[in-house]
Write a protein that binds this ligand. Structure first.
Ligand SMILES: [Zn+2]
Length: 470
């Protein structure tokens, strides 16, 4: 095949474009199909539509080649066949995953047209939503702020892990950070170009140097204690904002894993660590139950997945998740002593909950009814409650030495619905009394209602990933 141009991780990360052979996207298990006609494969001028077509193809191929071989056998996209990729759906500073497609947008801002599909960071983020949905479909509809935030974090982790697969990115990150990959770099800065566009129209909605930066010091707070919106410098319960806590811990752990392999870290070690981290993440999301304290459960799952292998990353995983408050020191210590006890004597782990012991099943979460008269609905609202049986007691830390006791699944679901309503994210359709709806007619709708019996079921239709206030 002829060569095409691709961007490395983002058009504005300061790196020149690269040449690669035109990729084939029809590759199982994560085949994709760009919906507009394929132009001849050649080296087009930057800024042309044909150039953008092949940039998108290059990003998709990189994500396919990374995630495809790591998926358990038989796993593919939620909807089964090749996933449609719509490069330019409409005018917006946005991108989304809705199970039927990965969709991208364009918008003119300050005399420049921004195409969200042009950034590999953005494409590999959307791809990540699809990968997680393939493994744990019940997260899609989960009425839980924290599991929604984890979906965004997994998508950002997908962007970071796939970028590491490029030799050029690894070499430049090592140079830029002086072999300290935990530092701020073009790897930690996600979606620089889209972030610049969003900053111009909504200064508080993107960080100062990109959309979201994984080299951060955000400390876990219960979503219920956070405001629904906040400027990018602060934490809110908006899923993209909250996701940065988990992504920050992941980024620190990833750098720590590369340092475990060799000190000082090398670019080759960073690549090895990225593949091993991806395997640990897939193992963790497979065993972590969908419960209100989902960050802590996935973090505990990572440590458990590591202990099922070599266990060599226990210290760096534990310290990164403790530093960001996702695991309390007591949880992290018990995890590690539990592994030691299990490996020495095969003793029954003291931390395992009486209700657990088996991996949660995939599928739908149970429906739970909550009252919804305050939202203008004339019947109960059924939500997919984060209520799977816990296998481990994993707690987050508070600002004091106390641990955060998990919310009940019902309280977490209520908080989630309140959060959605405040932000105007629910599409009421023709249901309920229109005069009592909490409607924000110009805001993007992520969820919709369906009439079932005497009530309504709340389900997700899309993960929107761009300008979060809209
Ligand atoms: Zn997203």
């Amino acid at each position: 095949m002829a060569n095409i141009y691709i961007w490395q991780d983002d058009p504005e990360s300061g790196q020149p474009q690269l040449q690669i052979p035109a990729p084939d996207l029809n590759v199982a298990p994560l085949a994709t199909k760009i919906t507009d006609p394929q132009p001849e494969a050649k080296l087009y001028d930057k800024g042309s539509d044909e150039f953008r077509y092949w940039v998108v193809a290059g990003s998709l191929s990189r994500a396919q080649q990374f995630w495809g071989p790591l998926l358990p056998a038989g796993i593919t996209w939620h909807q089964g066949s090749a996933l449609d990729v719509i490069r330019d759906r409409d005018v917006d500073l946005n991108a989304y995953y809705d199970r039927a497609s990965l969709s991208f947008f364009h918008e003119d801002v300050g005399g420049q047209t921004f195409f969200s599909c042009e950034s590999p960071d953005v494409v590999c983020h959307e791809f990540g939503h699809g990968v997680l949905d393939a493994i744990r479909p019940e997260l899609f509809d989960a009425a839980s702020i924290e599991s929604s935030a984890f979906h965004e974090s997994f998508a950002d982790m997908s962007a970071i892990l796939t970028a590491i697969q490029l030799d050029e990115v690894r070499n430049e990150v090592m140079q830029e950070t002086g072999n300290r990959p935990e530092r701020n770099s073009r790897l930690s800065r996600l979606a620089e170009q889209l972030g610049r566009a969003i900053r111009q129209v909504s200064p508080g909605s993107a960080e100062t140097d990109c959309l979201r930066n994984a080299a951060n010091s955000f400390f876990y707070q219960e979503p219920d204690t956070l405001p629904s919106m906040a400027p990018a410098s602060m934490l809110s319960s908006e899923p993209h904002s909250l996701s940065r806590v988990f992504t920050g811990a992941f980024f620190e752990a990833l750098a720590g894993m590369s340092r475990t392999l060799s000190d000082p870290p090398t670019e080759a070690g960073l690549k090895t660590a990225s593949v091993e981290m991806a395997k640990l993440l897939l193992g963790a999301v497979k065993i972590a139950p969908v419960v209100p304290e989902y960050f802590s459960q996935v973090a505990a799952g990572l440590i458990e997945a590591d202990s099922n292998g070599s266990g060599k990353y226990a210290t760096v995983l534990k310290s990164a998740f403790v530093r960001h408050g996702i695991l309390s020191p007591s949880t992290a210590t018990s995890m590690v002593s539990l592994q030691a006890a299990t490996s020495v004597s095969g003793a029954t782990p003291a931390m395992r909950m009486a209700t657990g012991g088996t991996a949660p099943t995939s599928g739908q979460l149970p429906l739970q009814a909550i009252t919804a008269a305050q939202y203008g609905l004339d019947g109960p609202l059924f939500v997919h409650a984060p209520s799977q049986p816990r296998r481990l007691a994993a707690h987050a830390a508070s600002f004091t030495s106390a641990v955060v006791m998990p919310q009940s699944s019902e309280m977490a679901a209520r908080s989630f619905v309140e959060h959605l309503m405040r932000l105007g994210r629910v599409d009421y359709g023709a249901h309920g009394d229109p005069n009592l709806h909490i409607l924000h007619p110009h805001r993007h709708k992520t969820h919709f209602l369906e009439r079932v019996g005497n009530g309504y079921v709340l389900s997700r239709k899309v993960f929107y990933c761009g300008l979060s206030g809209d």
